[in-house]
Design a protein around this ligand. Structure first.
Ligand SMILES: Nc1ncnc2c1ncn2[C@@H]1O[C@H](COP(=O)(O)OP(=O)(O)OP(=O)(O)O)[C@@H](O)[C@H]1O
Length: 292
């Protein structure tokens, strides 16, 4: 099992490069975050993987098999996004059956448990759900299909705080009970941070970060102290963000610190809030991309 491999993928809309020569891998049994600002190209990438759009260039494979127009490989993945694949007049429980026909099985027991937790009526017609319940209906399907690669494009849009919490809890539970790969694309970094194992950032048509969260943490530093000394200490380092903390200045640095420089007594290296680091790294990209 080698996972999904994307090599040299490019996509233009009219003359605009949306994805430019991207190479990434999604390995089995891992939770990925695909982060990036609005319009960065996250949905385009997921749509290409799921064959809903075609790339201009590049190769896509799943366990070394070509993923383009290959039903057996496509049956191993599922994409949930804002496009509705279902007839509005179909009841949710009928959609479960329809999904089973396509994917070969469906976890009805878990779907029922999720329906109870979210308090959704599975006899309701798909087109009759409120915005939040519409998303919940699609999330239940995504968590109950037997696919090995589940892509969730902005999965919590329209959900209230309580429903978002249930979703994150259930994602973790189902992942531990039946490991598979989840790729969560979002520009709302906040609450998702704690459940990610690997993060990719899309910015200006490139992947500007592709690392395990553990490694990102090891490379992330917050240097805090009086303005002049701190500025002097961080000079030449890869500063990705800056904030004032009362009379003190904080610099978010991604990458190695300078071992040859002595840290002044007044300056400290503090624990980084990962959520903030992702926001800075996501906003950066382009010329100052962290991998450049
Ligand atoms: N069918 C299309 N025709 C023309 N341009 C498109 C099309 N789909 C996407 N784009 C453009 O491609 C770029 C990337 O869009 P995409 O939806 O992939 O971004 P995203 O990262 O998913 O953004 P968001 O977080 O806002 O959903 C945007 O500039 C968008 O306007």
């Amino acid at each position: 099992m080698t996972g999904i491999k994307i090599d040299g993928l490019s996509k233009k809309f009219r003359k605009k490069n949306v994805l430019d020569n991207i190479s990434v891998e999604f390995k089995p049994n891992k939770i990925y975050g695909l982060l990036g600002r609005n319009g960065a190209g996250k949905s385009t990438l997921l749509n290409i993987i799921a064959n809903r759009l075609y790339a201009d260039q590049g190769t896509l494979t799943l366990d070394d098999e070509n993923l383009v127009e290959n039903d057996s490989a496509l049956g191993k993945l599922y994409l949930m996004n804002d496009v509705d694949m279902y007839n509005k007049s179909m009841r949710l429980d009928k959609i479960f059956e329809y999904t089973e026909q396509f994917y070969g099985s469906f976890d009805y027991e878990y779907a029922e448990k999720l329906a109870e937790r979210f308090k959704i009526d599975t006899h309701q017609k798909f087109g009759k759900f409120s915005t939040g319940y519409h998303t919940i209906a699609k999330l239940i399907i995504a968590l109950c299909v037997p696919a090995d690669y589940i892509f969730l494009d902005e999965p919590v849009l329209g959900l209230d705080a309580n429903h978002r919490t249930i979703f994150y809890e259930e994602l973790m539970t189902t992942y531990s009970e039946r490991p598979r790969t989840f790729v969560v694309a979002t520009h709302l970094i906040g609450e998702i941070t704690n459940i990610l194992e690997h993060v990719m950032i899309v910015s200006e048509s490139k992947i500007t970060l592709d690392e395990d969260v553990e490694d990102i943490l090891a490379k992330s530093h917050l240097i805090v102290g009086p303005q002049a000394e701190t500025k002097d200490y961080v000079e030449g380092l890869n500063i990705v963000g800056k904030e004032s903390l009362g009379n003190l200045q904080g610099y978010y640095v991604y990458g190695d610190l300078n071992d040859d420089k002595i840290l002044p007594d007044t300056v400290q290296i503090e624990r980084v809030d990962l959520q903030k680091m992702f926001i800075y790294l996501t906003n950066q990209g382009g010329e100052n991309g962290v991998n450049k």
